[in-house]
Design a protein around this ligand. Structure first.
Ligand code: NAD
Ligand code: DAU
Length: 348
């Protein structure tokens, strides 16, 4: 019987992965191991809490004892590792948390795997990573799996470092690994510090819609459920030692995306056309702001037959509707530490 440890399962992407895996694989056990930082929220997983193949354990990947305990108690057979500090702006104001959770935490986790697993080739360690490790693109080109690493923010440097450690454990100790590098996710339950939910929340509240710099930075957006389906495939059918890029072939400048969101919100809230867009405000640029990310996901498509399941238009509509229908969830997650973060990040 497999017992799969999902780290960071109370976060945005992790909760979608947990929900998908617990429901699709009733014969596997899943242990969600999460520190419950400001970004982790169990309310998000209320619908899977009662499933007999699901357990939550509060723990920190920076604490080796916490990880050892969960491996001993649950006889963990495989790991899907999502736990991380994930927000670029926070990495700029406080990089050390990113070094600790993203780099040291990942190495701790693999050391515990080594200590508990007698044959490292019999277990899977799947590391979830980001396209930001590849740096920033000009007008042309896509990130491929072979693109040289060129991380430029403390966040991406920490993820690049953890990717290198995971590959090093594969080559040095024979750990059976997979790594995937994904573009920007969007969908329900994303913490409202990230672009799309922040704009929806601020639009509803009548606050500024703060665009960094000239608004022409480009991101490649992927529906979070499509990221979860790719993770599911790569975990089950991906090859040992391989890296897979995941992306939506769906590039948007930030300003066009925010205008599109403003239009949807006008329609949903019965506002006059163009009303919400008046809240847009250009503010000081993010330090070291990467200009363009875009992913070539053809390896994943060719090898594992993966494709995004919905269009961006459908996904954005669903996302706006989810936030409008779940304003209590938003109020709960922004009620604590986020207030102070927001004041500091957006003070003029
Ligand atoms: P998130 O910030 O929403 O959630 C992170 C989760 O990890 C939270 O539940 C938090 O409590 C937990 N966590 C943080 N530090 C921990 C620690 N020391 N020990 C245990 N748990 C800890 O992040 P997300 O957006 O869901 O991202 C999940 C993973 O996917 C990250 O590794 C991130 O780098 C990667 N990723 C994110 C995106 C994106 O667009 N959000 C895209 C590509 C890759
Ligand atoms: O590319 C994958 C990465 O995408 C993930 O690895 C990260 O975990 C995730 O946070 C995300 O990083 P970004 O920095 O691209 O996402 P964010 O939502 O913070 O910003 C998206 C774009 O919007 C970026 O160009 C900065 C801009 N932005 C963001 C915020 C929060 C604004 O213009 N205004 C804002 O207030």
């Amino acid at each position: 019987m497999k017992t799969i440890l999902i780290t960071g399962g109370a976060g945005f992407i992790g909760s979608h992965v947990v929900r998908r895996m617990v429901n699709r694989y009733p014969n596997f056990n899943f242990v969600n191991f999460d520190k419950l930082t400001y970004a982790g929220n169990l309310e998000t997983l209320a619908d899977v809490e009662t499933k007999s193949n699901y357990t939550f354990v509060k723990g920190d990947i920076c604490n080796v004892e916490d990880i050892n305990d969960v491996f001993s108690t649950y006889k963990i057979t495989d790991v899907i590792h999502l736990a991380a500090e994930s927000h670029v702006d926070r990495s700029i104001s406080g990089p050390m948390e990113f070094v600790l959770s993203n780099v040291v935490g990942t190495v701790n986790l693999m050391n515990v795997c080594k200590a508990h697993w007698t044959d490292l080739s019999n277990h899977i360690f799947y590391h979830i990573s980001t396209d930001e490790v590849y740096g920033s693109l000009g007008q042309e080109g896509l990130f491929e799996e072979t693109t040289a690493y060129d991380p430029r923010s403390p966040y991406s440097a920490s993820k690049a470092s953890s990717d290198h450690f995971v590959r090093a454990y594969h080559h040095t100790y024979g750990l059976n690994i997979r790594i995937s590098n994904c573009s920007n996710n969007y969908g329900s339950h994303q913490f409202p510090e990230k672009l799309i939910p922040l704009m929806i929340h601020n639009a509803v509240e009548g606050k500024d819609l703060p665009i960094y710099g000239d608004g022409l930075n480009v991101r490649d957006w992927l529906w979070v459920e499509d990221h979860a389906s790719a993770i599911d495939l790569i975990f089950h059918e991906g090859r040992n030692g391989e890296t897979y890029n995941i992306g939506g072939l769906n590039e948007w400048t930030n300003i066009d995306l925010v205008k599109r969101l403003a239009t949807i919100i006008d329609q949903r809230l019965g506002r006059a056309e163009g009303e919400t867009a008046k809240q847009i405000k250009f503010i000081k640029d993010r330090a070291g702001h990467d200009r363009r990310y875009a992913i070539d996901a053809s390896k994943l498509e060719a090898e594992l037959n993966w494709k995004p399941s919905i269009t961006f238009e459908e996904g954005l509509d669903k996302t706006v509707d989810w936030y409008l229908n779940n304003q209590q969830w938003v109020k709960n997650v922004v009620s604590g530490e986020y207030q102070t973060y927001y004041e500091n990040q957006y003070k003029s």
